[in-house]
Design a protein around this ligand. Structure first.
Ligand code: SAT
Ligand code: MN
Length: 596
């Protein structure tokens, strides 16, 4: 049709294939949101929670077979398999279109097709990007309204432009046998069918903002990362920004909203983002981060007024809860919310809950919350130019091996530290929980191209910056021989952040070890925190045997990339082996005399 825009043409084409009863273009208004919510309450997709204590809050119970990301059904569809790399599932684009295209035929019959124009990033930021998601799930529309800037604001920016990433989503029949999450990075296209779960269905999130955007970033000289972003305010009121990569359900949200026990000393954390960062080199030669999202899709279990009071305050209104339990009074409930489960609890599947093996809330139950509601939200979280990043953290869930914190020797060494990351798996993806797997930069499930090229891109980014951020590795999850956590974590993590801040400023007492700089025995602020004797030593110790094994595992992981692995990674691996071979074990800061 003459005069049609690129979006209109694509919408027509999709409607011809999926055959919805109706098409609704989302304007993103309050009125539209309420109509959608009422519709879902009417058909049971949502349950209204207690509107006195939880105004604007609803509960969604998903299909029990659709509660987490399904990594084995997630594919990168590049024309050449090598470009997806050995860590991604790959499907040839032609095969993908044929096989999965069939599943979309008539998939929206009897349903409304929603067209969601959205912006990833602040509306006026030069770093923001446009997307359009087509979906037949009103739950997805409501979540996209909380997680992105969607509707008119995006449509206005879109008009006259074809520069958007199309994402087609249908619930299909929700069967895992007919579930596919496909990415065509060369065409900048996303297809997802058979799941309504966040990371599989809110296509602006992992599919666009990480998998497609990581590809765009390599071409355009920027980075799309699985990062939280915070500002750490010091006693003079100066704020230093830190980005941090942690795998799903490893505490990014809690760290991003940390309440410092040292407020009396003048330290405070501001939240910029809790899951994704887009990082560009700014005109000032510094790395600048924007949070492409507008909301938080956080893990409920374990969240309480003790562990994350900011999230508890944020999620008290206008929030969609997914797969949590509900009290007889209509309030959401999950394990860890308070010490004792209330009487008459209904579990996430809608059954009467009884103490026993079954959890009241699914371990990957979630809340979707507008970011602006968070009491610790940074006044700069929507700055068009982003915030300047002074430090990057890499962190996994490691019972052993990795000390509480260490600093890399250089940008290149830091990239190697990130590339060598590993973490124990969590309930955020289907499959076994608690298995240690290598998860470079927490991007294993999210890098949209060959990870060897990704490491190379990271190395190259270092030379584009006048002031590259310092790179650190942290591990809040180290355990003793009996399996108890050695470090209290949560708010106390501010002590580690303070050391990082000092190091960035060229201060901060540290000792040089084979793996990097570790805090000196008196390097961390311990005011008000008493740990059992020897605990700090254990937390900062480096066990050579464990590290030798780690080197071997890293080596095996790197091997699969063959010649494509950048030489810099090989060099750093060899250098670490050499440094380790030269020292006595075990090593703890108290025994190390060489300061820096
Ligand atoms: O995939 S989600 O974004 O829904 C949650 C996660 O695993 O980080
Ligand atoms: Mn995540």
């Amino acid at each position: 049709m003459a005069g049609q825009t690129g979006v209109e043409r694509w919408v027509d084409e999709v409607a011809r294939i999926t055959r919805p009863d109706r098409i609704h273009w989302c304007d993103g208004s309050e009125g539209e949101y309420h109509k959608l919510i009422e519709g879902m309450v009417g058909d049971g997709t949502l349950i209204r929670l207690n509107q006195k204590s939880y105004p604007g809050c609803y509960l969604h119970r998903s299909n029990p077979s659709d509660v987490a990301r399904t990594e084995h059904l997630t594919f990168i569809c590049t024309s050449r398999k090598e470009d997806a790399g050995p860590t991604n599932n790959w499907m040839a684009p032609k095969e993908a279109r044929e096989r999965v295209g069939k599943l979309f035929e008539g998939s929206m019959k009897g349903r409304t097709m929603y067209v969601i124009p959205y912006i990833m990033g602040p509306a006026g930021s030069p770093y923001s990007k446009l997307g359009v998601e087509i979906t037949d799930s009103p739950y997805v529309v409501a979540n996209m309204r909380l997680m992105t800037r969607m509707g008119k604001v995006a449509l206005d920016r879109l008009s006259g432009s074809n520069g958007f990433v199309p994402g087609l989503h249908s619930l299909g029949d929700l069967s895992p046998d007919r579930r596919f999450i496909l990415h065509f990075p060369e065409e900048r296209l996303i297809w997802s069918i058979g799941s309504g779960y966040g990371g599989n269905a809110l296509l602006g999130k992992k599919c666009y903002a990480l998998r497609i955007a990581s590809w765009m970033g390599r071409e355009g000289g920027w980075l799309a990362e699985h990062n939280m972003i915070i500002g750490l305010e010091d006693p003079t009121g100066q704020v230093t920004y830190i980005a941090g990569a942690f795998p799903s359900a490893c505490g990014k949200t809690n760290l991003a909203m940390l309440v410092s026990p040292l407020q009396h000393l003048g330290y405070k954390v501001w939240t910029v983002g809790d899951d994704i960062a887009w990082l560009h080199v700014g005109p000032d030669g510094r790395l600048r981060a924007i949070n492409p999202e507008a909301g938080f899709f956080g893990v409920a279990p374990g969240t309480s007024s003790k562990t994350n009071p900011n999230m508890m305050a944020a999620a008290g209104r206008n929030t969609i809860f997914t797969n949590v339990g509900v009290t007889p009074g209509g309030e959401p409930w999950w394990e860890g919310k308070d010490p004792t489960p209330p009487d008459g609890l209904i579990d996430w599947k809608g059954n009467r809950w009884a103490p026993g093996a079954e959890k009241a809330a699914h371990p990957n139950s979630r809340f979707t919350v507008p970011a602006g509601q968070c009491p610790s939200i940074s006044p700069h979280w929507e700055d068009d130019d982003g915030v300047p990043i002074s430090a990057i953290l890499f962190g996994g869930r490691r019972a052993r091996v990795a000390p509480l914190v260490y600093q890399s020797y250089s940008w290149q060494h830091g990239v190697f530290v990130g590339a060598g990351m590993a973490s124990e798996t969590t309930a955020a993806a289907t499959g076994a929980v608690g298995v240690t797997r290598r998860d470079p930069m927490a991007m294993l499930p999210f890098c949209g191209y060959n990870m060897a090229d990704y490491f190379g891109h990271w190395v190259a980014m270092g030379s584009r910056m006048k002031h590259p951020p310092a790179i650190f590795h942290v591990n809040w999850f180290r355990k003793d021989a009996d399996g108890n956590f050695l470090w209290p974590g949560f708010g106390e993590n501010v002590r580690v952040l303070m050391w990082i801040l000092d190091r960035v400023r060229g201060r901060g007492k540290a000792v040089e070890t084979p793996i990097g700089f570790v805090p000196a025995a008196d390097g961390l602020e311990m005011d008000g925190l008493k740990l059992p004797a020897g605990t700090m030593q254990e937390l900062l110790s480096i066990d050579r045997d464990a590290w030798s094994k780690e080197l071997e595992d890293q080596g095996k992981f790197f091997e699969q990339f063959g010649d494509r692995l950048p030489n810099e990674m090989r060099q750093e691996h060899a250098k670490l082996a050499q440094r380790l071979s030269r020292v006595r074990v075990p090593l703890s800061p108290a025994e190390t005399s060489k300061g820096s």
